[in-house]
Each structure stands twice: as C-alpha cells, then as structure tokens.
Design a protein around this ligand. Structure first.
Ligand SMILES: Cc1ncc(COP(=O)(O)O)c(C=O)c1O
Length: 447
C-alpha cells in the first residue's frame, strides 16, 4: 500500500487537521495522523467490516472531541485568513481611506464568486437572510400573491416571503432528497403564484430543472413564467447536472455564516444571478436605495478580503465532507431502521448535513430515543435539521393555517443528522457510525 502524506489524506487547503480536546467514549484513541504513521488506513480497512466486534473496539477507542450536531465553525480557517484581516485593517487606518463602501476587495470577491458559480453576476451582502428578503422584494408582490416554499426548512426563506407581503404556500419535500417535491409544487400552483423559493436542503441541490420546467408551464397570468429562486445558504460548493449550485434559477442566495460551508468572519452572504436587468436593483437595494427602495445590506471590506481565501479552500472542504459521507454510508450499509442520505444521479451533495431518516415505524418516540442514546451513551450530538417550519415557528404557523403537509410532518418525526465536518478525522467518523449501529441495536432490543 502506498504511504500517504497527511496532506493527501485531508484534501488540499485544509491545513492542520489535528484536533485537541476531550475524548468521548472510552480508551485512548489513535488520532487521524496515526493512520499515516502505520502506512495503513484503519478506516479504509474496516469500512466493509463494521461488524459487532469492530464496533465495540471503535466505541472503546472513543472520539477525539465533542462534535456539535451543527459545528459552530463549519469551515476551516488558517493563517492566511488571519493575515488578510490584519493586512486589511492596517490598510484602512488612514482617515482618508477607512473601510469604505463597495471597495476593491468586495468587487474582487464578487468577481471570483461569480466565476466559481459560472454566473454573470454575484452581489455580496451581509447575510443570506437579507439576500432572501432582497430576492422577495424584487418580485414586487401584490397582496394575495403567493410564493411556494418547502415546509422542511430553516425559517429564513418563509420569513422572507412573509416579510415581502407575500402569501406563503408551503410545499412537501421529496423523502429521498428533502428538497421541494416538484409534483407537490405543481399541485399548489394557482393563478396567484409568482415564485418558487426552493431550499438546496442540507447541501443537496433542489431539482432546479424540474422546477424551471414547471415555472415555464404554469406562467402567472400577469407576470409570466414563475421565478425560481434557490436558498443556497447550506449548499455553497455543491453541484447540479454539470453546474455549480448558484447557476440555475433566477437568483440563488448563499450564506457565509460561521456554521456554513465557507464563512466570512462569522456572517456574510452572496446573491448570484444571470439577470442583467435585476443587477442594478440589487445594488441599489443593498446600498440605501435610489430608483427603488433600499437599505444597507453590505458586507465589510475585511469580510470580503477573507472571501477569496475561503473560496479557494471550498472544493477541498467539500471533498472532505463528501469523503466522510461516503465512508459513513459504507460503514452504515445494512444497519436496520435507518435510511441513509441519497445523491441522485448528476447531483453533487456538499453534505452540509448528513441527513438520515429512521424507518416509518420508528417515527417520533423511537427517533427521539435514538437521538437520546447517541448523545447520552456515546456523546454523539445529533440535530433535526429541520422540523416543519410551521410546527416550529409560531409566526409561520399563523400565516399558513389550514395547509396540509403530511409528508413534512412525517419527515419531522423521522429525521436526524449526526455531525459532519471537513476537519473530522476518519476515526471520529468511524466512531459515529459504530455509535449509530449500537444505538439502533439497543433500541431494537428494548422492543
Ligand atoms: C437554509 C438556510 N437559509 C437561510 C439561512 C440564513 O442565513 P444567514 O444566517 O446568513 O442569514 C440559513 C442559516 O442558518 C439556512 O440554514
């Protein structure tokens, strides 16, 4: 077997992978670097052999640290980001320079991001939530006009619809992808529908071609084809049918919040579009308005200076997420009562989350018990990303009374997401897989 360097093991651009911290579970574990030292990759060797004996060994060995279900820093930072921040602050200290408005650093980051997504334009913003508000405002919704949005969702997109005065129409997701189900979207289109605001859920692209086809086939009587907009907050770096997420649709909105696939000092976002006509409106809206309403949704110069560095790391970080997801799925193959995440043909999941459904008969109580056992017995923190937004958020519930969403309700009772992160070692990943096997077995025995 060829001895791999640590750099090869952990994708370029990631820097130091060693994690210090409390060991979870039992025993003294070898760290990821030990695989390199022995010349044998212990995870690879055991990927196909996650039998009971192996699971016990792995659980005894423990986990290197307490991974949060949604790690607070979703990305990886290094000296380059620190240097860029310091350099940008130093260059801004002259009173005649300062931090400015839409400065060179911002324009350069936008240029690189548009190039990465293959779009004509990219407009940097302070958060994805602002970007979703901006996209909804660009529709100039009139009272009673509707926007369709998945129920299994973070609340930012539904809130943006309501904030822009639209009627929020929630739709079901496809159980296999957790993204908007085009058949259900079609059922909910009316003559008042203006747009579909689809979330690229947990890092997997929404079915943009199907949604665009529907949008063309069911035009709004006054405004023409429906607009298809992507909430790409969790999906930066993912792919769809030979394009990057961000390319398909009228606009796509990205988040660079600290938890996301890449981050610009904790907050930030980007809107991508190919629509020349909407660009000046977005620019105005971001900076105090003019011909149209505006406010201030700008990213700072220091954030923008970090953007290109994070963007250069992005493919490496996504490759690391994908590798962990693939290995985890191999290790969990055959595990009863769980349905593992899927990647439809032509899609490239960015695995912001590793989304698992328990079998139907385990929905609700047993799923909750599984999450409890994973946390209490094994220190594996899992989240439900996300429950139906109308169940969780009273404001959304009040605006969607009477809408029937049985599939979403079911997903909310079956979904759980064990942690994943580009800096997670293969050994920690193996521990998580072993813990899922053990926890499932235990609940099975409890009957
Ligand atoms: C799917 C989704 N949309 C939108 C947002 C909002 O992003 P931001 O924090 O940049 O406003 C988030 C953030 O958690 C999200 O997960």
């Amino acid at each position: 077997m060829v001895r791999r360097t640590r750099r090869e093991m952990f994708e370029p651009g990631l820097g130091e992978v060693r994690r210090e911290g409390r060991r979870i579970g039992g025993g003294v574990a070898r760290r990821a670097v030990c695989a390199e030292a022995s010349g044998v990759d212990p995870v690879r060797r055991n990927v196909e052999m996650m039998d009971e004996k192996r699971r016990r060994e792995v659980l005894k060995r423990g986990m290197s640290g307490p991974w949060q279900a949604e790690p607070m820093l979703g990305s990886c930072y290094g000296e380059e980001e620190i240097e860029a921040v310091v350099k940008t602050i130093r260059a801004s200290m002259d009173p005649s320079v300062g931090f400015g408005f839409i400065v060179e650093e911002i324009e350069e980051f936008e240029r690189l991001f548009a190039e990465y997504c293959g779009t004509k334009h990219a407009v940097s913003i302070s958060t994805a939530s602002c970007g979703l508000d901006m996209a909804m405002r660009c529709l100039d919704l009139e009272p009673g006009e509707e926007v369709i949005c998945p129920s299994i969702n973070f609340r930012a997109a539904p809130m943006a619809v309501l904030g822009a005065g639209g009627k929020l129409v929630l739709c079901e997701v496809d159980l296999a992808t957790l993204c908007a189900d085009p058949k259900d979207v079609e059922r909910r289109i009316t003559p008042r529908t203006r747009a579909v605001l689809a979330t690229h859920m947990n890092g997997l692209s929404a079915p943009m071609d199907e949604l665009l086809e529907l949008a063309a086939r069911h035009p709004n009587p006054k405004h023409g084809p429906l607009k298809v907009i992507g909430d790409a907050a969790r999906a930066c770096g993912g792919g769809y049918k030979g394009t990057k997420i961000g390319k398909k649709g009228w606009m796509n909105v990205f988040s660079f919040h600290t938890m996301k696939n890449m981050t610009t000092l904790g907050e930030g976002g980007m809107i991508t579009t190919d629509d020349d006509g909407i660009l000046s409106r977005l620019h105005e809206m971001r900076q105090f308005g003019g011909e149209h309403w505006g406010s201030s949704y700008k990213m700072t110069k220091v954030q923008a200076a970090v953007g290109p560095i994070q963007l250069a790391r992005l493919d490496g970080m996504i490759a690391a997420r994908r590798k962990l997801a693939r290995q985890r799925s191999e290790m969990l193959e055959g595990c009863p009562r769980v349905v593992l995440p899927q990647e439809p043909e032509g899609y490239e999941h960015s695995y912001y989350m590793y989304s698992v459904l328990v079998a139907r008969e385990w929905a609700g109580e047993k799923r909750d018990r599984l999450i409890g056992v994973l946390k209490e017995e094994h220190g594996v923190d899992c989240g439900v990303f996300n429950r139906p937004v109308e169940e969780e958020i009273p404001y959304v519930r009040r605006h969607t009374e009477g809408q029937e969403l049985p599939v979403s309700a079911e997903v909310g009772r079956r979904l759980f997401c064990p942690p994943i992160h580009p800096r997670m070692s293969e050994e920690d990943n193996e521990y998580i897989a072993a813990a899922v096997w053990e926890a499932v077995g235990r609940i099975e025995r409890e009957g």
